[in-house]
Design a protein around this ligand. Structure first.
Ligand code: AMP
Length: 398
């Protein structure tokens, strides 16, 4: 893999695409979860220690095509300076004369953060002229933004063509993401268990289809499980259910049987009479939920059954919560599964967790240190596992 490990950065201006799309407090704009910034520190420090100059570029949020203060990257300058233990400079645009003039003043060891790339609509359009303008800001291009590797945006993919093969490469974070994803998907030790949760079948169907060729067990939890129960003829009350996906769900179950992959659904659910933490709560078989009630978490029998499978697994992939874990009364399932994955990992299994919600869960339940690898990419990780060529990876390699 073409990484920064052996590149001599001395005297070079290094343009690093990072994923600093971090959550900010709505009131004071402080960084509420800095995992993504921390993830890029080894790359930044390696370049600085070599005697290079670092120019950081990122997006933040989803601005509507122009500058918006709430999405300004200046909100994260102080936090990033603290983590790097050096002053990070900031310029209020990412292209243009002021940016060029600022870059001309930089010295080896300096770090400059450019303003949000998405303040220019050309970024998401993958505009060639914009990508070329960005490319002129550095001698070397490093992509360390796994979170956006599935997008063919100007700064994540198109820009790479303006650098020679020697002068473009993956940062440490990107390299680690690829290496760990490959450990699970290309070369898994068996039994290989995938735990897939979250709201919708439609978001996860492609990854589940790919997993039919790799996994031994697929555990399904979260809102998406009810589409499967309904497809099997069950009553799911008011639970989330994608009626237009019943056929897809049924077909997946049939294919799994053919391929000898065990799909494991949550046999019981914590049900509620409203989508509310203070709603009335009961326990029900997941395939027979009364009208007016909805399944918002997996029940204790499901947790125990899932745990048994997890504990006998050698490779574990987890994406998506088991219930509405944002509400305290419906987080037991996600917590139980998080603890089981941590336990299996401590017994030698390789575990990979990805997707914003599952990562948040792992952090909430304090077991992040007991997971083999926590991916910084949700959508990117899913697409990688779906077998798709990610533009951010492809553009470095070709
Ligand atoms: P995803 O982004 O697809 O991984 O879905 C995550 C979201 O699914 C979280 O916000 C959960 O609250 C939600 N979710 C999980 N289980 C359920 C459920 N049983 N009913 C409704 N929403 C759920």
């Amino acid at each position: 893999m073409k990484t920064i490990a052996d590149y001599p950065f001395k005297g070079k201006r290094v343009l690093v695409r990072v994923d600093f799309n971090v959550p900010l407090d709505k009131q004071d704009f402080s960084v509420t979860d800095d995992s993504r910034i921390r993830g890029a520190l080894p790359t930044i420090n390696k370049i600085l220690n070599d005697g290079g100059t670092v120019i950081l570029m990122s997006h933040l949020g989803r601005p509507k095509g122009g500058p918006e203060d709430k999405y300004s990257l200046r909100h994260i300058v102080a936090h990033t300076s603290g983590l790097l233990q050096r002053h990070v400079k900031f310029v209020a645009d990412c292209v243009g004369d002021t940016v060029k003039q600022t870059i001309d003043t930089l010295k080896p060891g300096d770090v400059l953060l450019l303003e949000n790339l998405r303040f220019h609509p050309e970024e998401e359009k993958g505009d060639e002229a914009f990508a070329r303008e960005l490319s002129l800001l550095g001698d070397v291009y490093v992509n360390d933004a796994f979170g956006t590797a599935h997008r063919a945006h100007a700064s994540t993919a198109i820009i790479a063509k303006y650098f020679s093969a020697e002068d473009k490469m993956f940062g440490y974070l990107m390299a680690a993401e690829i290496e760990n994803a490959d450990k699970a998907i290309k070369n898994p030790q068996h039994p290989f268990t995938a735990i897939i949760g979250g709201a919708k079948v439609s978001d996860k169907i492609l990854i589940m289809e790919q997993l039919l060729d790799k996994a031994d067990y697929i555990i399904i939890g979260g809102g998406m499980a009810y589409t499967f129960f309904r497809a099997l003829g069950g009553n799911v009350g008011n639970s989330l259910c994608e009626m237009e996906r019943l056929e897809t769900a049924k077909a997946l179950l049939d294919k799994a049987k053919e391929k000898n992959v065990q799909i494991i659904l949550p046999q019981d659910s914590v049900i509620a009479d409203a989508f509310d933490n203070n709603a009335n709560i009961s326990i029900s078989e997941s395939s027979n939920i009364p009208d007016g009630w909805m399944g918002l978490d997996i029940g204790s029998k499901s947790i125990a059954a899932f745990r048994d499978v997890i504990l006998k697994s050698k490779t574990i992939l987890w994406n998506g919560p088991m219930g509405v874990f944002e509400m305290s009364n419906f987080q037991g399932g996600t917590k139980g599964i998080a603890l089981a994955v941590a336990e299996a990992t401590s017994q030698g299994a390789f575990s990979l967790v990805g997707g914003g919600d599952s990562v948040a869960a792992v952090n909430t339940f304090g077991i992040a240190n007991h997971i083999s690898y926590i991916s910084t990419g949700g959508g990117a990780m899913l697409e990688y596992f779906e077998g798709k060529q990610l533009p951010g990876i492809y553009s470095i390699l070709h």
